[in-house]
Design a protein around this ligand. Structure first.
Ligand code: NAD
Length: 512
């Protein structure tokens, strides 16, 4: 990667455009919108919003590239991933800068996100091993049976704003390593990182057309969902949009996985180490300004004594949070993504207070000197929240933690199990029995035991239950390989095993 082809780190007045068939382009028929730096509230450049024609161009490129790539031996595909890994590390600072500038998270957090993304690349460096099929010799006399996994075809990824590198990297390295070609439609709020990641793939030796990035909004998404040459769609984003994408995509005959919104609870049991639980809650609720699908947004304290000590220890830490732009290395929490997001988050806090929640720390209405136009809101803590309140029911996606008090462990688990979302959950305890019961009974796709954000490592799979995921497959790891491949089962016999005469009846076992 030569830095002069790098994306717009200091540019102004430009359009980010798309990455199609191995080159950057801005199409004449596209609309565009400004891209903001959430810390300053200013925009120095725009992003194209891909039209139906632009989407078609990308899909055609991916379809043309497919036969060659699907036929490329997995070990050769892995070689591209090995080189990609090296280039990624060499450009880590640029990647973190691109993430932070458009998302707002701290550089340390952006670097952490990028590192979680590269884990997936490291996993697929071993794709020949992962793609090994199953073989049964002599399933009947002279007959063998084996299963192979082949690429699905042209795959699409539609991704949210909150992880500009990691979430796309849950998808495209897996899809490409499995022999598919790919079109990424990133969030229009954080478009630069995806283009840069695609440019790096080209430098790593990925032939043109195999990885494409179409920036855009609903128009581009709809065009992808209905394009007859698209075979599979991975989505990560909010539940209403995910439900729409799952319905529309499956109706059009695509394979779809849609990972969606969340309301993650952590239970604090009376025997938990309160300091550990408080530190865990701080990072999990306020890190990345709460804009993580695995953020903890509800702490369920079992017993008033537990609740009192938890809230007492937590409140001063929230008040001391260092809020600032990503350019300030001391910042622990940055802005949220848009001005609308500030209003939505603070509106939820208003409503929570009206509905009877106790406002312990109020993060509304903060203003940072020199960054008065930035999209900042402070950390908020609400106590005595009840399940009927909107702050409890809805995903707020901001730095707001609600404390719900319950009398016992049973009620705490039932609370999680009756919530509409089922992404992640965690229990804080020293009691192994309670932890084991929690793990067995809780209705969420990812579970932490004294771990607040149990995001699985890349060689396991990530995904929620209930309204947090539509489809059959979780993402990356073994489930990712299943999603991005089709199973073919072959039953074969060679001439020496063929019996004389026609067989008209269905037979089983040794007589097949
Ligand atoms: P979003 O649903 O608004 O957008 C996600 C993607 O869908 C974007 O690419 C966007 O352009 C597109 N989109 C938006 N509206 C659309 C529409 N009406 N029709 C078609 N496409 C549309 O989500 P967001 O605000 O970017 O991200 C935050 C959400 O993502 C939160 O709900 C968060 O929980 C969720 N998320 C989930 C996971 C997970 O793994 N479950 C991970 C990260 C984020």
């Amino acid at each position: 990667m030569t830095m002069d082809t790098a994306v717009h780190v200091d540019s102004s007045g430009e359009d980010i455009g798309h990455w199609i068939d191995g080159r950057r382009m801005v199409a004449a028929d596209d609309r565009s919108q400004p891209v903001y730096n959430p810390a300053t509230g200013e925009s120095a450049y725009a992003v194209s919003l891909g039209s139906v024609e632009t989407v078609d161009q990308a899909v055609q490129a991916a379809r043309r590239a497919l036969p060659t790539w699907a036929d490329t031996p997995p070990a050769k595909r892995a070689q591209v991933m090995f080189r990609y890994r090296e280039l990624f590390y060499a450009n880590l600072e640029t990647i973190a800068e691109l993430i932070s500038r458009e998302h707002g998270k701290t550089l340390a957090d952006a670097t952490g996100e990028a590192m979680r993304g590269i884990e997936v690349v490291e996993f697929v460096c071993g794709i020949p091993q992962v793609l090994k099929g199953e073989f049964n010799e002599q399933v009947a006399n002279g007959v063998d049976c084996f299963g192979i996994r082949q690429p699905v075809g042209v795959c699409v990824g539609i991704t949210p704003f909150n992880f500009p590198a990691m979430v796309p990297m849950w998808m495209f390295p897996m899809a490409l390593a499995c022999g598919n070609t790919f079109i990424l439609k990133p969030s229009e709020r954080v478009p630069s990182c995806s283009i840069f990641l695609a440019e790096l793939l080209q430098e790593a030796g990925l032939p043109d057309g195999m990885m494409n990035v179409v920036n855009g909004d609903k128009e581009a998404v709809d065009a992808l969902l209905t394009h007859e040459m698209v075979d599979a769609v991975s989505f990560v984003g909010s539940t209403p949009v995910g439900h729409y994408i799952y319905s529309k995509g499956t109706e059009a005959g695509k394979r779809v996985q849609a990972l969606c919104g969340a309301k993650n609870h952590m239970i604090v049991l009376p025997d938990a180490d309160i300091d550990q639980a408080v530190n865990a809650a701080m990072g999990a609720a306020y890190g990345s300004a709460g804009e993580r699908c695995m953020a903890i947004s509800v702490a369920v304290a079992v017993g008033d004594e537990t609740a009192n000590s938890f809230v007492e220890a937590l409140a001063p830490k929230i008040r001391a949070l260092k809020i600032g732009p990503y350019t300030d290395p001391a910042a622990e929490m940055g802005p949220v993504i848009t001005k609308d997001a500030v209003e939505r988050i603070e509106g939820y806090v208003d409503e929570g207070v009206k509905q009877g929640a106790e406002l312990v720390v109020d993060g509304r209405g903060i203003s940072l000197q020199g960054y008065e136009n930035g999209f900042f809101t402070g950390g908020t803590l609400l106590d005595r929240v009840t399940p009927d309140m909107s702050v409890y029911r809805d995903e707020i996606f901001g730095p707001v933690l609600s404390v719900v008090r319950t009398g016992n462990f049973e009620d705490a688990v039932n609370l999680i199990n009756t919530h509409a979302y089922g992404n992640g959950s965690a229990v804080f305890t020293r009691d192994g029995d309670a932890a084991r019961t929690f793990v067995r009974r809780v209705q969420t796709g990812m579970v932490g035991v004294n771990v607040p954000i149990p995001v699985p490592v890349a060689y396991h799979s990530f995904g929620g239950w209930k309204q947090s995921l539509f489809g059959d497959h979780h993402i990356h790891g073994p489930e990712g390989v299943r999603f991005y491949t089709k199973l073919k089962t072959v039953t074969g016999r060679w001439p020496s095993g063929i019996r004389d005469g026609a067989q008209f009846n269905f037979e089983r076992g040794s007589d097949v």
